[in-house]
Design a protein around this ligand. Sequence first.
Ligand code: XUL
Ligand code: MN
Length: 344
Amino acid sequence: MAGEYRFSFGPWNIHEGGDPFGPTVRTTVKFAKKLKLFKKLGFEGVQFHDDDAVPEMDKLSPKEIVKKAKEVRKMLANEGLVAEFVAPRLWEDPRTIDGGYTSNDPECRKYARDRSRRAIDIAAALKTDLIVLWLAREGTYMREAKDSKVAVDRLVKAIDDMLAYNKDIKIAIEPKPNEPMDQAYIPTTGHAMALGYLTRDAGRVGVNIETAHAILAGLDPSDEMGFALAYDKLYTVHLNDQNGLKFDEDKSFGSVNLRRAFNQVRILDKYDYGKKGEFVGLDVKAVRTQKQKVATKHLSNSRTIFLRLVELARSLDEGQVESLIAERDYEELDLLIMNHLLGK
Ligand code: XUL
Ligand code: MN
């Protein structure tokens, strides 16, 4: 069954453990060393921010960027890995302080547009057609600081620009309701998909649904996935877990709420997610207390839990589920699911 699913994570998922209140607690693992860990941990896809592939890319010419990205492509091939997607990192440069595509400063919006084109070049060099857009700073701290109608117009323009720049790419918008912003403009799957339909080529715009982001929006991640699946728009997922409405925790998949994780796996497996080449992507972080040597367990554990939940989804007595639904005995259905999760 493991072979039926391909798993991916990003180099940022092996990290030094710094948080807003304290310094790093683990040493940096070099990119080349991280690549060596993928296969060992059961993963074959690598998710990239543009500058994960080409560090300090803003100091390089477009040609130099492509050259560097091609070197990374070779490194991937040597490890038997493939790139899943590239995401432009539009939240660290001073020109993105007020957002990228929705910045009030036209020079900063131009930077965001140019940087996105370079990210697309990197994706092409890495031989992936998928661009993920996490719209990190496209929102406000003060409601009056931006005009929400103008912001949406600008997001559409930015996506149109990317779609026109390269006719082969697909864009997966990753919605998140808050953090770092107080209020983000594209907080949910519905917003992301509706934004896609305003673009020049809606057939190439879908979503990346992250478990934690859906929970932060007060929504059920499996329902968000079902919504996107109904539109054939679920281009990828960022599975993790989240303990309530607080900072984005990126906890190991299933570690907070096993039933919620089961329902995500159940809907993905039921509707053949992965059969068109989609990866089971993770976006998980080791907790700060984890020692260096064992700071990749969150990745292998998440994968293990996913696969165990596939087994549970497939062994659920669907006939029983159907008859309880027909009888409208949802309390008995509740117990059936709980017993199944408890191995009874
Ligand atoms: C932020 C987040 C990002 C995106 C990729 O919350 O999830 O790591 O997944 O840019
Ligand atoms: Mn994510």
